[in-house]
Write a protein that binds this ligand. Structure first.
Ligand code: IPM
Ligand code: MN
Length: 349
């Protein structure tokens, strides 16, 4: 039997609850679909940091490299460990070390979920550059603590990095409805974003055979469009920071962070990809058993898809949709994590 070995990093707060929920659903669908999943839980988290002084062991990346994929819950416990330490010690190094340059975030309304907009249906696929740009981590501070203090944080856009993410977007648009929104801010950022626009135009010329209709939008205008006219959008490709912000808007318009799934993909498959809900660890509701596991379960479906288990991925999505269509998991705080998970499991066919 085909077996996929998965590293489970529940992390902190509600990450633990939703990862357990997603794993229950994934193990069940595997049984129905004739393949096996083995899960190896790694306790890397802020608690692990408090015990060991590190978010993951020194050889953590090498340990993870042996798995077929990583399922992650959430990282962060800001009253105990500063976010700048916890994220730079676990989540961000994994995305970079494994060249998970495409962060894919689907934004659409599940049946039965009411979003805040008038629009009743939209289907946006945000593709966020995930390894460089504004979050490259290049910079420094001088004269720290004095009135002369200076902080510099440099965005890094490489030709290879920009080309590969835009190309990924073109490929997705070609496979979907043929519309690509390239997110820029070249009216204000005259180096990096002018470069981004040039590469968008150059690649568009590479796709003459396909009907990909490319529009460049300034990020501010696109933010407004996601709210005023989300139906007009198909694939959206953005840099790391712009994509980070736009995908929280995407989560909001799809009903909230409890529904926003994501995949950190290494398209070359030279290292494992990682799947995680967009939401954080929500320490305020951790261990109350009321976190919505749908974003994590949906991320699990994206993992199955990436592993080549398309049929099982489709079953999980159908089960999620059957669950929300019945009104389970559609109102914040109404259904407990366990009840939503059981409903999804019961809906698996
Ligand atoms: C996300 C998160 C992370 C990011 C943070 C926690 C570093 O906001 O996945 O969107 O910005 O990448
Ligand atoms: Mn974010």
């Amino acid at each position: 039997m085909k077996t996929h070995s998965i590293a489970l990093i529940p992390g902190d707060g509600i990450g633990r609850d939703v990862t357990a929920a997603a794993w229950t659903v994934l193990e069940t669908v595997a049984k129905h679909s004739g393949f096996a999943l083995t899960g190896t839980e790694l306790p890397w988290s802020c608690r692990f940091f408090k015990e060991t002084g590190r978010m993951m062991p020194e050889d953590g990346i090498e340990t993870l490299r042996r798995f077929d994929a990583i399922l992650l819950g959430a990282v962060g416990w800001p009253t105990e460990v500063p976010d700048s330490v916890s994220l730079h010690g676990l989540l961000l190094p994994i995305r970079k070390a494994f060249v998970q340059y495409a962060n894919i975030r689907p934004h659409r309304l599940l049946p039965g979920v009411r979003g805040p907009l008038r629009a009743e249906s939209f289907d946006i696929l945000c593709i966020r550059e995930n390894t460089e740009g504004e979050y490259s981590g290049a910079g420094g501070r001088v004269h720290q603590g004095t009135l002369d203090e200076v902080a510099v944080e440099t965005s890094i856009f490489t030709r290879a990095g920009v080309e590969r993410i835009l190309r990924f977007g073109f490929e997705q648009a070609r496979a979907r409805r043929g519309r690509l929104a390239s997110v820029t801010k070249s009216n204000a950022q005259k180096y990096s974003m002018v470069f981004w626009d040039e590469i968008t135009r150059k690649l568009a010329a590479d796709y003459p055979d396909v009907d990909v209709d490319v529009t460049s939008y300034h990020v501010d205008a696109l933010a407004a469009r996601m709210i005023m006219d989300p139906q007009s959008l198909d694939v959206v490709v953005a840099s790391n920071l712009f994509g980070d912000i736009l995908t929280d808007i995407g989560a909001a318009i799809q009903g909230g962070l409890g529904y926003a799934a994501s995949a950190n993909i290494n398209p070359d498959r030279s290292a494992p990809s990682m799947f995680e809900p967009v939401h954080g660890s929500a320490p305020d509701i951790a261990h109350l058993g009321i976190a919505n596991p749908i974003a994590a379960i949906w991320s699990g479906a994206m993992m199955l898809e990436h592993l080549g288990e398309k049929d099982a991925a489709g079953r999980v999505m159908n089960a999620i949709e059957a669950t929300t269509a019945r009104g389970v998991g559609t109102t914040a705080g109404k259904d407990r994590t366990d009840a939503i998970t059981s409903a999804v499991v019961a809906a698996l066919t």
